[in-house]
Design a protein around this ligand. Structure first.
Ligand SMILES: CC(C)(COP(=O)(O)OP(=O)(O)OC[C@H]1O[C@@H](n2cnc3c(N)ncnc32)[C@H](O)[C@@H]1OP(=O)(O)O)[C@@H](O)C(=O)NCCC(=O)NCCS
Length: 220
């Protein structure tokens, strides 16, 4: 039995979650799902399988029997009608969260291995204000902070993918640490105009075993 980790603290109570350590097998995948990863290397196949297992477990908490979870052309998972959800995997952990569309308009989970986030991505993903905060931090805190901001932006992207139909770039989301387990995201005027409810969002995070876990939800 894979080791479980509780990620429900990242989301509102209406979301169902599951998280597990990534194993070494693709057991449990449906043939239709296996065909989505037929050309993938073993590592990717195991990550995909763990993500799908988490998704089925989370859906089970909402009363859904196990089912294949296929893929949209954007590569986003395809959920049952009236459900939205999110999947993420680092190299060690996979997780998923799902909710009823009547309760949430978007949900995003991201898991990043802190050591795999290199400082040279800062210029690509950080706004000027974020970069200034990063550079004011003691050197030994910078990497974890950058990983948190990067992960938060990935979670925001997944959360808003349905609600925002215009292109979003890393500089469209400005992330601010708002406490030991919360972050705030201010979206750019272009995105806020397309989705007024997205203007200011609050997400949650924690660090565990060298990974940062971030979650964010958009109210319905
Ligand atoms: C899609 C994306 C967010 C995936 O994130 P990642 O950190 O590379 O990988 P993760 O393991 O966290 O997530 C992968 C999962 O995301 C899901 N996913 C893939 N494409 C997606 C999309 N377009 N929308 C929502 N979810 C998506 C899938 O479930 C995938 O896992 P699977 O292929 O096993 O099903 C990332 O590749 C990306 O495009 N990032 C851009 C972010 C951005 O521009 N942000 C700007 C600020 S809003």
């Amino acid at each position: 039995m894979p080791e479980a980790l509780i990620i429900s603290a990242l989301f509102p109570d209406c979301a169902a979650t599951a998280c597990r350590r990534i194993g070494r097998s693709t057991a449990g995948l449906y043939p239709q799902e296996l065909s989505l990863i037929s050309k993938a290397i073993d590592k990717r196949r195991c990550e995909f399988a763990a993500g799908r297992a988490c998704a089925r477990e989370a859906l089970g908490h909402l009363g859904y029997a196990p089912m294949p979870i296929l893929q949209a052309p954007s590569r986003a998972p395809l959920w049952p009608e009236a459900i939205l959800g999110t999947i993420s995997h680092s190299h060690t952990w996979a997780g998923a969260s799902v909710a009823r569309a009547e309760q949430l308009a978007g949900i995003g989970l991201d898991i990043e291995t802190v050591d795999r986030v290199t400082m040279n991505i800062a210029r690509k993903v950080l706004t000027g204000a974020e970069a200034a905060v990063l550079h004011d931090l003691p050197a030994d805190e910078q990497k974890a902070f950058l990983a948190l901001l990067f992960s938060a932006k990935e979670a925001v992207y997944k959360c808003l993918a349905n609600a925002v139909r215009v292109h979003m770039g890393f500089h469209d989301a400005e992330v601010r640490k708002a406490g030991p387990s919360c972050f705030e995201v201010r979206m750019s005027p272009e995105i806020s105009q397309a989705c007024p409810a997205c203007e200011l969002l609050t997400g949650r995070y924690f660090f565990h075993e060298g990974c940062v876990f971030t979650g964010i939800a958009l109210a319905a």
